[in-house]
Write a protein that binds this ligand. Structure first.
Ligand SMILES: Nc1ncnc2c1ncn2[C@@H]1O[C@H](COP(=O)(O)OP(=O)(O)OP(=O)(O)O)[C@@H](O)[C@H]1O
Ligand SMILES: [Mg+2]
Length: 549
């Protein structure tokens, strides 16, 4: 099967393939988790753990958590060049494709890629474009909690109703799912595209910084280092009552080293994120209401996503809902497993289950509030939690005689009164070849299984078919992107060496420090592969400290 299942995560990505011996997770530098970090230099592109390390000493060339920018027009500048979020993401996918091909010895042409259930049309569109740019065809886009449900349900015969609570690095999703006779049916889903472990790290970063008592400015560089330290502390606090941070040579003031020594307790951390966890449970209760399900009907709440390992989450869920929350067996792999199983289902290999997914948002158009009003409101056409694929038809009347074109603004959201509180996802232009005096058109809004919208219209008098173009916010300029030619490096020694040489040229650095760095460079150059990564860490620490922070 030439399909890869890809969980394109905010902090980590995971890829799974189907083999005759079963499922296999692709390994990146010895780990199945590929940090979703991209570093661009003159030598080429590095993706993964090495890019994450480089973030400390080359933050201006490194993109972190790019998924948070998907579907926006924002750009990042890396190594002096501008990249769109879909271009940066495509580097991650290209790394996955190339690593999988090398490991498995076959060519992968297609993929099933996952997105947060609550991702809107623009974000889904951007993800699809990132996949295409990386040279893969998108077989299907599926929602992350749905993918986790597929992997959870794969080995279970019994029928059950349960919630999937997915708290990752950048996003939170909650879905109510029913498994019945091989049918995996999503009843309702909601979430928050900006709530996850990254936010917890930021809050902890601030706390550690406050506690440090350092009287220096928190530069971008220091912030990145502190963020990585905060993440480590946070993870340790999932299993320990408190963490003692002791980092020598953490920062510099007037040329003097500052040592960071801070104690953080589990209680302090839990208090920091309490309001976020409460919000996730509010959303859980909201989506239960949407699906007309009583909490008592749920067999369990399944936890997935790395952040759901935080113990206070299951405690809080039990406290507020009386329901037991169970951490899924492989919280890091379940989404990717679900993606590849969905690929196998489409190929007819694993036909035991059929998936029925839904749209998490309502889709509609802007309309005038009344005949004499200039104010606009939001008219829903496809309602939230409708199973996909679906088609809904809406009729439009011409406002002028022989009207040739109909322009329709498409929105996604729930607020019918205030148009502006919904998200505009694009515009449709429907042009008629043979307009009539009193024209009217029926427009079919088709939402496919990937949650992507397309439109087609018909003139009701002449029956002329009008192929509407649906223009989303994302520009399609990436088709001719430079990304296609840029090489993904499997090693980046050259980039490290160049960085060392640049530091050695810096006249403000003391000669004795330079000597130490030179010694590290020689050690690095003569090291065997296994030793390289630990020397690399030493080099990064040393450069971080020597350069202006
Ligand atoms: N033991 C742990 N305790 C607390 N947090 C953890 C633990 N292990 C991992 N995390 C956090 O989980 C997050 C990563 O989770 P995951 O890999 O599921 O997210 P993602 O797929 O990258 O993000 P998203 O699904 O939101 O796009 C990180 O913020 C990480 O720090
Ligand atoms: Mg995830």
């Amino acid at each position: 099967m030439d399909i890869i299942g890809i969980d394109l995560g905010t902090t980590n990505s995971v890829a799974t393939v189907y083999t005759n011996e079963g499922l296999k997770h692709i390994s990146f530098d010895g780990d199945f988790l590929l940090p979703s970090v991209v570093n661009v230099s003159n030598n080429g592109v590095i993706v993964g753990i090495k890019a994450k390390n480089m973030a400390m000493i080359a933050e201006e060339n490194t993109a972190l958590s790019i998924k948070r920018m998907m579907g926006t027009k924002k750009q990042v500048v890396l190594n002096g060049e501008k990249f769109s979020p879909e271009e940066v993401s495509s580097f991650i996918i290209k790394k996955i494709k190339e690593t999988a091909e090398k490991e498995m010895g076959i060519t992968y042409n297609r993929c099933v890629v996952t997105v947060p259930a609550y991702f809107n049309e623009n974000q889904r569109d951007a993800t699809t474009q990132a996949v295409k740019l990386a040279g893969l065809e998108v077989l299907r886009v599926i929602n992350e909690p749905t993918a986790a449900a597929i992997s959870y349900g794969a080995n279970r015969d019994e029928d059950m109703l349960y919630g999937v609570y997915d708290l990752g690095g950048g996003t939170f999703d909650i879905s109510i799912i029913e498994n019945s006779e091989g049918l995996i049916e999503v009843l309702s889903t909601t979430g928050d595209n900006h709530l996850g472990g990254d936010d917890f790290d930021k809050k902890l970063t601030n706390l550690i910084w406050e506690k440090s008592g350092f009287d220096i400015e928190l530069s971008r560089k220091l912030e990145i280092k502190l963020h990585q330290l905060a993440e480590k502390t946070k993870i340790a606090l999932s299993s320990e009552p408190s963490v003692h941070i002791d980092e020598k040579f953490f920062a510099k003031k007037d040329g003097e080293a500052l040592h960071l020594e801070v104690e953080v307790s589990k209680e302090e951390f839990e208090a920091l994120i309490e309001s976020d966890i409460d919000r996730t449970i509010d959303l859980l209760l909201e989506t239960l209401e949407d699906s007309n399900t009583d909490i008592d009907e749920l067999e369990a709440i399944i936890l997935t996503g790395g952040s759901s390992r935080i113990p206070s989450i299951s405690h809080k869920i039990l406290e507020r809902t009386g329901k037991l929350a169970i951490l899924i067996e492989d919280p890091d792999k379940s989404v990717s497993i679900g993606a590849i199983l969905q690929g196998a289902m489409i190929e007819g290999i694993d036909t035991d289950s059929i998936l029925v997914d839904i749209t998490p948002y309502s889709l509609g158009i802007s309309t005038l509030k009344g005949e004499y009003s200039m104010e606009l409101s939001f008219s829903k056409i496809i309602l939230k939690n409708t199973p996909v694929p679906t088609t809904k038809t809406s009729r439009y009347y011409a406002v002028t005689e022989y009207q040739k074109a109909f322009e329709i603004d498409v929105y996604q959201g729930e607020d019918e009164e205030n148009l502006e509180s919904n998200i505009k996802i694009g515009e449709m232009l429907l042009t008629i070849q043979n307009p009539v005096e009193d024209g009217a058109i029926d427009v079919d809004f088709k939402l496919n299984q990937d949650g992507m919208l397309s439109v087609v219209g018909r003139e009701i008098h002449t029956n002329e078919i009008i192929e509407g173009t649906f223009k989303t916010k994302i520009s399609k300029s990436t088709q001719h992107s430079k990304v296609k030619e840029m090489e993904i490096l499997t090693e980046h020694d050259q980039t490290i060496i160049e960085k060392i040489d640049k530091v050695l040229e810096n006249s403000t650095i003391l000669d004795e420090d330079k000597e130490d760095l030179k010694a590290l460079k020689d050690k690095f150059l003569s090291a065997v592969v296994d030793e390289k990564s630990s020397i690399e860490e030493e080099i990064i620490d040393s450069i971080f400290f020597l350069e202006d922070i």
